[in-house]
Design a binder for this molecule. Sequence first.
Ligand SMILES: *Cc1c(COP(=O)(O)O)cnc(C)c1O
Ligand SMILES: [Zn+2]
Length: 421
Amino acid sequence: MDHVQSLKCLVCGAEYAPDQIDYVCPKHGDDGIVDVQYRYDRIAASWSKAKLAEDRNMTMWRYRPLMAIREDSPLPPLAVGWTPLYRTDRLAALMGLKNLWVKDDGRQPTASLKDRASAMAVVKGREKGAEIITTASTGNAAAALTGLCASVGQKNVIFVPQTAPAAKVAQLLVFGGTVLLVRGTYDDAFELCLKASKEFGWYNRNTAYNPYMTEGKKTVVLEICEQLAWKAPDRIFVSVGDGCIIGGIHKGLNDLMALGWIDKMPKIMGVQAAGSAAIYQAWKDGTAGIDMKAIDAQTIADSISAGMPRDRIKALAAARETGGAYIKVSDEEILAQIPVLGQSCGVFAEPAGAASLAGLKKALDDKLVSPDERIVVLVTGNGLKDIASARKSVGEPYVVDANLGAVQKLVGEWKTRGAAR
Ligand SMILES: *Cc1c(COP(=O)(O)O)cnc(C)c1O
Ligand SMILES: [Zn+2]
């Protein structure tokens, strides 16, 4: 890995060789989040936009020169990445914007953006010869890890809160994970998973403990910029729980700036649920990530429910260093955007996936965004992950007897009400 310089601690600045530590800077317990530092001159010497344009590998691994993996590492076969970026003129008009794109990462193999990180975890775990890979998760990271593990026959142990949506738990079992439903919150599951991995020597994928998750997640923004022909957007809206995705977006953009592939840094807009808004609050108060205190998290958007956001340092930097902001939205505002996204784009999002659009709406209402900006909204997870919430966001269907007369009666009612859809 001669394109990787070091793993740099974001708390004290200490730098480590990549084979020196697997996870955090040992000086701060489990909180010493590190960041992979690259030698961009070496990367640029053998890679270019033109070379990338000829690459037929339409997965996240097309950005392999910017990933901290060994040259000879085998890659899992599931096709992760290169999800569609839709230009959405009807949604743009609805929002009062001129240029709006929706990046649909619900279209990943296990239906959330987490596949990008879990694919990295499988590669890094196997570089280490791990017998077992483990993770704590609100559901999606685990579904992603079990799916990616299944694709290469890798054993895994999963810690999720007992309250995880049924569809996510079903995915874990179908993919053959060893599933531990924890009587407690995601934060409890996270701590338990850390303890277990230390006790048993399992390779740990936990967000912000394992530094390579950022490197996997950043591929979403590398794709966005390539899909926009390297004309970076003005703003990117993303929902935030632990803060790893938003940190990854910042990292990917920093990479592209360092390579000179984009010429301006987009403003990164983090969206949190009002009931799980620890990072929003710290951003507002000017609190440093390392000083944040745990809160009780409670939101319908289970994927962004995090009382002690693990990647808080990177998450705060993403908004602070790009001139972005944090926004909080209520569960009602989140649910309201599920059918808006569905009906204007044909994209079905789980609550955490629609939260980004709810954040954009609020930012427009608060005049934080001007109508001529080029804006990307990231949809992080598919609506089929949580149909109970989806059903809460919409009305009821018609129920009819199985004869034409019943339909005629209904159509007649629509005509008088002028309400046919
Ligand atoms: C994990 C997840 C998020 C939040 O990502 P963080 O890295 O925890 O901030 C948002 N949406 C979905 C669908 C997720 O699965
Ligand atoms: Zn340190």
